[in-house]
Design a protein around this ligand. Sequence first.
Ligand code: SF4
Ligand code: SF4
Length: 347
Amino acid sequence: MRRGEAAVAGVILEHSELNRILAHVAGQARLWVATGEGEEAAFLPYRPGIPLRRGPGPTRRTAKEIFFPRTEALFTFHEADGKPRLEPAKVDDGPLVVFGLRPCDARALCLLDPVFEDPLWPDRLYGGRRARAILVGMACSQPSRACFCTSVGGDPAGEEGLDVILVALDDAYLARATTDRGAEWLEGLGFSPAPPEAEAAAARVAETARRALAAVPADGLKERLDGRFEHPVWDRLHERCLGCAACTYLCPTCHCFDIVDEGGPGEGVRLRNWDSCMFALFTLHASGHNPRMTGKERMRQRIMHKFNYYPERQGRPACVGCGRCVEICPVNLDLRQVIAELEGVEA
Ligand code: SF4
Ligand code: SF4
């Protein structure tokens, strides 16, 4: 069984057992847990008694940060015997478990994989973390008001990218392995097999969540955007945008970065830092020319990349409908409305 293949029969994890299980896992692996509520919700390293986040929707900060940190050293450099020396950053080793991520966040990592794991230029830091991670997801029982995952190919109980999926029932979780690695991990924890009524209850939870989701007309958006680079719709879509880039920093699929060197004569470090296509400086050339001079070009880039260029290469949009960009935007520039406006775009 590989990631995303059919699930095996579930097991039951009592709510009261959760702390014991997390402590056990933390003894064997580096463990990140979805915790906190509202704007504080994020993935944090395990500590005893850490409360597991319940919802609604996804965490404010994404699981992307674990695999593609906001800032990280690529290598250090120094001079020895009059010659420059490079010391590559150490690739993390040892098992890693991410606990409690939503299906949209796991799917977002699958969308980042082709970017960082291109066979010609594999990113050993990202790839090293991905290869050793077990992702234990938590199905969405209550989407946020901004979620629209089913409109872009996702599902509140989707399994893509996960090794194990948990569904919160009244007093327990139904846990189901979706990969061999997940099955092995679950076996090691010694849960009891789930009764048939637990599977039925989990299916009801997922169906209730699906019904609560917003529907966004994203079907066929890639084709509608083909050849619309110069369309007048771009003249108005960006008008309210402040260019703050909050939408892209919180997006689980955005992956722009910048490279900087820090240090002094004879030694230093090369860092990779998150950046954003919504900043004017991102595309400013040393010559002074900027191919994305105004907010119009930058907004067009963000939308076209997610819904036209990425689908052209990978066959699906670079958006998982998590709604974070909708919730964070200080001027209520709602991606769902942008998509709806683009529905009416004609040549
Ligand atoms: S574009 Fe918005 S809704 Fe889509 S994945 Fe990014 S943050 Fe989520
Ligand atoms: S969060 Fe809103 S205002 Fe800020 S860059 Fe994104 S769309 Fe523009």
